[in-house]
Write a protein that binds this ligand. Structure first.
Ligand code: NAP
Ligand code: MN
Length: 267
């Protein structure tokens, strides 16, 4: 059976030299390489760190083809192999010695000016103020109003994104085998003037979150981010956030274990 891969790399010197070595090794193994994501491509190899991986996921618009990451970046939480494991990778891949980790994504529908913008994120969606002032958001869960949030904003994380910004904000690390949505406050205010939840809220996969920004007291624009991309709005009527049907697939090899990875990267 013939194989065809696609390589997506960032521009650091170590990524470029890893890419060159990899191309030579794949040629020797008679694996074809494609410049575009056509129907025959069976694997996307992403060289870089987590940022490069997220960029690849967005560039190829959440493809059904699985990814494998080679870490030349800083943390490399998504990335499965190191640049010195290329032979092992090719050997294990050809022998079918791998499993596929399927990760859920989060989706935001932003209703504004009689239009709806749709964004999908692998890590997280954030709704926040674009400057140094607080924002006020009416938050509903499953259709019912749950709180009026006041503070910097809120972050809605997928399980895969729980170890990213969510974790820095004090959110929980979630095993990606669980389908859930985590809503984490960013600098919530708690005074006699404002009351907001201070911990993350964990929602089941089939519930959606509704956000109605209070525009009356707002000084500026609203920022809605999806992973490292951002959109700014003057006025927003409503935002709905839920798990998306789109999944991102990652190749993992035999010794992969989520909690071992967490320990090795965080402690
Ligand atoms: P970045 O500024 O390099 O990302 C910050 C750190 O988060 C990097 O060390 C990155 O790994 C790591 N990271 C990304 N996704 C991760 C995940 N799912 N689990 C564990 N760590 C993860 O920017 P970037 O590389 O373009 O990544 C964008 C992401 O950065 C955003 O989606 C957001 O989650 C995160 N972020 C975090 C903070 C914070 O913690 N205060 C602030 C802004 C954004 P690499 O070093 O391998 O790139
Ligand atoms: Mn990065």
């Amino acid at each position: 059976m013939s194989h065809k891969f696609l390589i997506h790399s960032n521009n650091t010197p170590s990524s470029k030299s890893t890419e060159k070595t990899l191309r030579d090794k794949l040629n020797a193994a008679k694996i074809a390489l494609s410049d575009t994501l056509d129907d025959e491509v069976e694997l996307i190899i992403c060289i870089g760190g987590d940022g490069a991986f997220l960029e690849a996921v967005h560039t190829f618009d959440f493809p059904s083809v699985p990814f494998i990451g080679i870490n030349t970046g800083h943390l490399g939480f998504f990335q499965e192999i190191a640049p010195d494991q290329l032979d092992e990778f090719i050997e294990n891949y050809l022998a079918g010695k791998y499993s596929i980790q399927s990760m859920t994504t989060v989706k935001a529908l932003v209703e504004h000016d009689h239009k709806i913008d749709e964004f999908t994120a692998l890590n997280e969606i954030i709704v926040k103020s674009d400057g140094n002032y607080s924002i006020h958001l009416d938050i509903s869960i499953g259709g019912g109003l749950i709180e009026r949030f006041s503070g910097d904003g809120i972050l809605i994380s997928s399980p895969a994104g729980s170890t990213a910004y969510n974790y820095s904000l004090g959110g929980s690390i979630v095993d990606p085998r669980i389908d859930l949505i985590q809503v984490t406050p960013i600098a919530p205010m708690n005074t006699t003037a404002y009351r907001s939840f201070t911990s993350s809220l964990i929602l089941p996969h089939d519930l959606s979150l509704g956000i109605i920004p209070d525009v009356s007291g707002s000084k500026g624009r609203l920022l809605v981010t999806h992973d490292s991309y951002a959109a700014e709005y003057d006025s927003v009527d409503n935002i709905e956030i839920k798990l998306s049907e789109q999944r991102v697939k990652l190749l993992r090899f035999e010794n992969y274990d989520f909690w071992t990875k967490v320990k090795s990267k965080f402690l």
